[in-house]
Design a protein around this ligand. Sequence first.
Ligand SMILES: [Zn+2]
Length: 256
Amino acid sequence: MTKATTSPDPWAVGWMIRALILISFLAAFAVPMNFPIIAAVTQPAGATVVAEGPQIIPLIAVERATATPSPSPFTPTPSIPRVGLIAGHAGHDSGAICPDGLQEADVNMEVARRVVALLTPRGWQIDLFDEFDVRLNDYKADVLLSIHADSCTVPGKTGFKVARAEAGSLPESGDRLVACLSQRYEARTGLPFDPYTITYDMTRYHAFYEIDRTTPAAIIEVGFLLDDRQILTQQPDLVAQGIADGLICFVENESP
Ligand SMILES: [Zn+2]
């Protein structure tokens, strides 16, 4: 048994569909500009579709020309640079010792604390580590730098040196880090770069194997405790500024 149905007039259905499409089209423009949608609904469905076009479109154009663009709803959050500093030998041993009792670990910490003080006002997140700090395991940051000073037993030796990990996962960024630190540190302190006493202690430094492999890392020997003693102990602010300059160069993508 079938239901008796009356079939609608196909022409009327066609015009109804066109009218609905027009209403949808107008609503799409009108809603974002607070144009009253009800005005479109009151248009007679059907007959005057073509005629309505030229009257409505100029109105929309005027509305658009005077509308001020709304701000983008998506504002990206700027990422805060994260920097790790190791105060060499801290929490472990004294490092190099001079005959008068001057200890490398104390010099390193004086400098490291000053670097923290210089970089923190930039809004960066700074982590200060001991030499064998458990937080170094899988440490992720924009950069990690270990701060050391050289021995007190080599008369006539002066200068600083910087080395990156021998086998880092990011050798290019490691090289740029070394370039930034070397050039800015030399410019600030006037100490010469000493490439002749870079040892495995530096290139195979333990922390390089503890941190996350994506963290660019380097170690700096800020000077010799004997011949560079004056600048290391009397001008630690200058030493720290040289390191801060190098880190800013690297983190802010300045050319070394
Ligand atoms: Zn050391």
